[in-house]
Ligand binder design. Structure first.
Ligand code: HEC
Length: 169
């Protein structure tokens, strides 16, 4: 009985050691880091989070969505988690270098590249998205609510371009 037990203990030790060794690199220090490192690593790799930028409203919506899917975040932890994410992964904060994405020509292309492809995520999110023509207004409005650095007029130009080039019937 002795050998299987110590093998199991050793395996647990290895797993815990690997997790500990990785956590500080993936998530910057701060209140809420430990909750995020545990609760948000159960279903997907941490880089899903570290490659995304949103303001507090955006992260709150997102964390709630994850909560519905089963993320282990309690009511009282919610604010700390949202604060942590918005502080460390807010629009324009330490943004990773995104790959350039080729876009079709059209009025609004440059704006889309400058405003939507630098602060929060790369533009493959646009090119792989499947939205109907009429859904793009709502997508752009939501991105603005989540902190996209876009004026109302710019938002309209960008939405028109997206409808035209990426709107499905
Ligand atoms: C129960 C499983 C689960 C847990 C726990 C979980 N997620 Fe997710 N997460 C998902 C799934 C599934 C997707 C893909 C959803 C989609 O594409 O609509 C996802 C996608 C994401 C994305 C990318 C969304 C996008 O639009 O591409 C982010 C950011 C994210 N999760 C953040 C978090 C955070 C922050 C936490 C911790 C509060 C968390 N996740 C915990 C299941 C989970």
């Amino acid at each position: 009985m002795k050998t299987p037990l110590s093998a199991a203990v050793f395996a647990t030790f290895l797993t815990a050691g690997a997790a500990l060794a990785q956590a500080p690199v993936q998530f910057p220090p701060g209140e809420g880091r430990d909750i995020v490192a545990v609760a948000c690593s159960q279903c997907h790799a941490p880089n899903i989070i570290t490659f995304m930028r949103k303001n507090a409203a955006g992260w709150r919506t997102h964390v709630y969505d994850m909560f519905i899917r089963g993320a282990q975040v309690t009511d009282t932890e919610m604010d700390v988690v949202v604060d942590y994410l918005a502080t460390n992964f807010g629009p324009g904060v330490n943004v990773p270098k995104f790959e350039a994405v080729a876009l079709p020509d059209g009025a609004g292309k440059d704006l889309l590249q400058q405003r939507c492809g630098t602060a929060c995520h790369d533009l493959t999110r646009v090119t792989v998205a499947r939205h109907g023509r009429n859904d793009w207004d709502g997508v752009v409005a939501q991105m603005m609510e989540f902190g996209a650095p876009v004026t109302l007029d710019e938002g309209k130009t960008i939405a028109a371009y997206l409808k035209d080039r990426f709107g499905e019937k």
